[in-house]
Design a protein around this ligand. Structure first.
Ligand code: DGJ
Length: 718
């Protein structure tokens, strides 16, 4: 970090971010590849200033670090406050930049292990408000963590109406914006927009980061500049991402929590700190993925989870609510015999829950079904497996003892009936008695069967969150998130070795906030490999393989009805935390042998598969083939996956190029499940590739699968 009279420079291993001071304004003059300290940064002064006749011209056209309403800024703004006199016009002037400790964010998770933190301090002297922007950098990733704190240093109360975590103003317009959108069972499909002038906005008010739009945002800079910018938020609640480009060819990016109907009173001396955002510059798309992955693995997911993640067998897709002790033990037998490490009893083990209409909230053992959870867990462990169990603590069924005893625990507007979804209501977790009740339930469950793993589900959106004036709108979402994090923290402080997998009807809460507590997420309820090829590609650009749970499911997908082959389902599941999710008690010996071999392969390459550098070589969104490679840090081992999503007849090019291998090394390339082995230099694999079409498997009648054909390559340095 370099702080001089006029310039402030912050470096990551491969990028630099430079601010320039003009009197009491601060401008972002550079964000891109790392440049040396010795440069004459005067060349970076913005041309806009040469034509500026007043402070207003600066604010309108320059790349500001921060913006508000009412003093000349005519673009989207990062702060809105209702001042004590009822006005909204604020003017924050830059005061100083200094090194700082990375701040704790009040009640919210944030990244750890930063190398240095810069704070930029601004003041609105008229209204006695201070603003502090924190920028933290790390030794091992180019991600920059940014958060903002507003302090009311006056004696008067003000009302905060919005505050972005991060504002980045950059040159140029015509940015290509990639967002990752979807719905239940179709999460994080890539969506593309090119923005010349005007605004692009995405976000959600569903009470979780949502299936609809992930907070991760990727921007491709205009061709003459090259490179990518990416953003994300360490937060699980309502969020908003905005990109605005003007005819002056400047673009502003604002990232932060949702601000719909937001009114947060800030009394004299009080402060508000935003969730942490992350921003990143990378030359290539793969840099974005790799640097984000490093950030998440190194600074978000707690270090104690860095080790192996167990291969799970989950009984949900096979059984639904229809299982008993015998069935669970039959699954456990088979799971152990194929080399799985964890058996998960999903929804339906508690209360009188035989369908989705009852018992959420009554976390008591249904002994008729389980034969007693304590002894069931022991029996599962006796087979050499860990024991896992499903809960959905944040919800309650109207048909439950909990609801009958405590209807007041439900989140509702007293003036209306609460909205029912999936036959369930949301508990008002912000109430301490609700959180205590849930902790007590989890404590009893832990005492009863000591699960090593919990699947923590959340199956509906939050509505009715407008009941109390100070917690209206997105302020409720913030308080809810804080309460959720506090409960997770309490559980994990008490049982630090518990592995929690987050789930929200699949991947409806896949974000950096939840990953601070739960190192893996059930990616999607969609288990069809054709759909998963897209969902997992969209997920992996932002989140590392180690966070992405991926299971081999049944031959005929329970959602799409599509029939696919085991080898193709295996190839997709190999991209994340591997597991099985179908009725393995019905498998023939041949299939069990195949599963055993697949799991052995996964275990052999687990470290590379979960933590290797990820190279998205060809995108499923751009052609008929996806090619993705993961490579160990020392480049001695790699796994490449080729997914052919369409059969194209009589096409010459059947060569598949890889990436990430050492050009100078020689590798042995083995096609999984086949005898064929190649020897090739890293240079050949990286630049030319392999002719592989002949190796896609045909079935007994000599035809390829119509749906998806995959190849898995195991690559070892000779
Ligand atoms: C939704 C999850 O995504 C499923 O895997 C399963 O756990 C069900 N909920 C159970 O209700």
């Amino acid at each position: 970090m370099q702080i001089t009279e006029r310039f402030i420079k912050l470096d990551t291993p491969r990028t630099s971010l430079i601010f320039r001071r003009y009197d009491e304004l601060l401008e972002t003059v550079y964000y891109g590849q790392r440049v040396p300290d010795a440069e004459d940064f005067d060349i970076l002064s913005s041309h806009k200033h040469k034509y500026a006749h007043s402070c207003i011209d600066d604010i309108v056209a320059a790349n500001m670090t921060f913006s508000c309403y009412g003093m000349g800024n005519d673009r989207k703004f990062s702060l809105s406050v209702k001042n004590h006199d009822g006005g909204y016009a604020n003017n924050f002037l830059f005061v100083r930049a200094e090194r700082a400790e990375k701040p704790d964010i009040d009640g919210l998770p944030s990244s750890d292990g930063a190398a240095e933190t810069l704070v930029l301090v601004y003041e609105d002297r008229v209204y006695g408000l201070e603003l502090r922007q924190y920028y933290s950098v790390f030794d091992d990733t180019d991600a920059v963590a940014v958060s903002t704190r507003l302090i009311n240093r006056s004696e008067h109360a003000v009302v905060l109406r919005s505050l972005a975590s991060c504002q980045l103003d950059v040159d140029g317009s015509g940015y290509e914006i990639f967002s990752y959108c979807g719905t239940w069972a179709r999460e994080r499909y890539r969506s593309r927009t090119v923005l010349h002038t005007g605004a692009f906005e995405q976000g959600t008010c569903r009470g979780s980061s949502s299936h609809a739009v992930n907070p991760f945002l990727l921007l491709r800079r205009p061709a003459r500049m090259g490179g990518y910018l990416a953003f994300n938020l360490v937060y699980s609640g309502n969020h908003r991402e905005c990109v605005e480009s003007t005819a002056m060819h400047t673009t502003r990016i604002l990232i932060g929590m949702g601000d719909s109907c937001l009114e947060i009173p800030l009394g004299g001396g009080e402060r508000f700190h935003t969730p942490e955002a992350v921003m990143l510059f990378g030359k290539h798309r793969r840099d974005i993925a790799q640097q984000m992955h490093r950030f998440v693995n190194g600074h978000i997911v707690p270090r104690r989870y860095r080790g192996e993640r167990p291969v799970a067998v989950n009984i949900w897709e096979a059984c639904g609510f229809d299982f008993d002790r015998e069935k669970v033990l039959a699954f456990a037998d088979r799971a152990a015999s194929v080399g799985a490490e964890l058996l998960v009893v999903d929804d339906g083990w508690f209360g009188r829950r035989n369908d989705p209409t009852s018992s959420l909230g009554d976390w008591t053992d249904n002994e008729q079904k389980t034969g007693g959870l304590r002894s069931l867990a022991e029996a599962v462990r006796a087979k050499g497996l860990r024991f896992g169990i499903w809960i959905e603590p944040e919800m309650v069924s109207p048909d439950s003892d909990l609801y009958r005893a405590h209807p007041e625990y439900v989140l509702r507007n007293p003036a209306r009936s609460p909205i029912l979804m999936r036959d369930q209501l949301v508990l008002d977790l912000v109430r301490p008695e609700v959180s205590d009740y849930l902790f007590g339930c989890i404590e009893r469950l832990m005492d009863l069967c000591s699960p090593e793993y919990i699947k923590w589900d959340f199956n509906r959106v939050i509505t009715d969150a407008y009941h109390a004036p100070t917690l209206a709108g997105d302020a409720y979402s913030l308080q809810y998130c804080k309460a959720l994090y506090a409960l997770l923290d309490r559980v994990l402080t008490r049982w630090p070795h518990l592995l929690i997998e987050s789930c929200a009807a699949g991947g409806g809460r896949y974000d950096l906030g939840i990953l601070r507590y739960t190192p893996q997420v059930w990616t999607s309820d969609m288990t069809d490999p054709v759909e998963r090829a897209h969902i997992q590609e969209g997920t992996l650009i932002a989140y590392p393989q180690s966070t992405m749970s991926a299971h081999v499911a049944s031959e005929v997908c329970v959602k799409t009805g599509r029939r696919t082959r085991l080898c193709d389902r295996f190839a997709l599941a190999l991209e994340g935390v591997f597991g099985l999710e179908y009725d393995i008690t019905q498998c023939r010996q041949e299939e069990l042998d195949e599963l055993r071999a697949q799991i052995a392969f996964y275990k052999n390459y687990r470290d590379v598969l979960l933590y290797g550098d990820y190279y998205p070589v060809e995108s499923a969104e751009e052609g008929e083939t996806a090619v993705r490679v993961v490579v160990s840090a020392d480049k001695s081992r790699a796994v490449a996956e080729i997914f052919k999503l369409k059969q194209v007849f009589n096409r010459e090019q059947n060569r598949y190029r890889l990436e990430g291998l050492n050009d100078e090394a020689t590798y042995r390339v083995r096609i999984y499940g086949q005898e064929r082995e190649f020897r090739a230099s890293g240079r050949l694999l990286n630049s030319y590739g392999l002719e592989l079409d002949a190796y896609f498997l045909k079935d007994r009648s000599g035809v390829y699968s119509n749906e998806i054909n995959t190849l898995v390559l195991a690559i070892e340095r000779c």
